[in-house]
Design a protein around this ligand. Structure first.
Ligand code: IPE
Ligand code: IPE
Ligand code: MG
Length: 241
């Protein structure tokens, strides 16, 4: 199987953190209050993940489609990301958490870009856990971008080709994209919304109605319990029982 794995031994969990706007509206609050509350969930999930056997966590934070939202919501979201990425690295360094941001960088405001670069370089030497935030991320864009860089001369056999492609896909991050083991979406929608389309080829999918600000470490543990009950066959036959 020509899958690329992260250099860490644990699982790669990817989460589409959805439902924060509805969470806020249900309380008569502005949607952005839901995004703010969602930051606490991010902290909870990062704290819970390592003890659950997770070593790579990719969190969908802002999709390229989200540019269609009102500019004020986008601006506030970027402000929340910036505050978060400025405040957390000190804590992350102590826990060996390395941060990478995936997605397009050419359309982000300069101050957010600077904070991303600060957080990535501050945690660059950390080796216990890999936290990846997807900002201005579109899987289709990432795939097209990698395809454009794919050299026809390097495509002699399909296994090598897939490996090369995974490297090209992760080129912006400087490393191959890791396969997703478990993909969780909160907020009740059952779709991928252009997230990790290549990396999730054999991911187990887990959908929960829980709105993101209400999601807890216990919920993550439940999702992983279910994941461990699944039979991942990769197209082969089930292991004999
Ligand atoms: C997901 O929550 C977070 C972002 C897209 C930034 P939403 O903002 O989509 O919340 P709902 O789906 O409207 O409740
Ligand atoms: C996906 O949620 C993007 C993030 C969670 C960052 P959306 O709320 O934007 O997705 P759709 O519009 O329901 O597909
Ligand atoms: Mg949504």
């Amino acid at each position: 199987m020509n899958l690329s794995h992260s250099d860490l031994n644990g699982l790669h969990v990817a989460i589409i953190m959805d439902g924060s706007g509805r969470w806020a509206r249900m309380r008569g609050l502005e949607r952005t209050e839901g995004h703010r509350a969602g930051v606490e969930t991010v902290r909870r999930v990062i704290a819970a993940a390592p003890d659950l056997g997770v070593s790579t966590l990719t969190l969908h934070s802002f999709s390229s489609g989200n540019w269609q939202r009102p500019p004020q919501e986008v601006e506030r979201l970027f402000g929340i990301f910036e505050d978060f990425l400025f405040a957390e690295p000190t804590l992350w360094i102590g826990r060996g958490i390395r941060l990478s941001v995936i997605g397009r960088r050419d359309r982000l405001p300069a101050s957010l870009l600077q904070t991303i670069e600060y957080a990535e370089s501050a945690t660059g030497g950390c080796r216990n856990f890999h936290l990846r935030l997807a900002i201005d991320y579109s899987a289709r864009h990432a795939i097209l971008d990698a395809a454009r860089r794919m050299n026809a001369a390097d495509t002699a056999d399909s296994e090598a080709e897939q490996e090369l492609f995974a490297h090209l896909l992760g080129q912006a991050e400087g490393e191959a994209v890791p396969e997703v083991d478990l993909l969780i979406r909160t907020g009740g929608e059952q779709r991928l919304s252009d997230f990790m389309l290549w990396e999730s080829a054999y991911a187990e999918l887990y959908f929960t109605p829980r709105l993101w600000p209400d999601f807890t470490g216990e919920d993550l543990s439940e999702a992983l319990k279910e994941f461990h009950l699944r039979d991942r066959r990769y197209g082969a036959l089930a292991t004999a029982v």
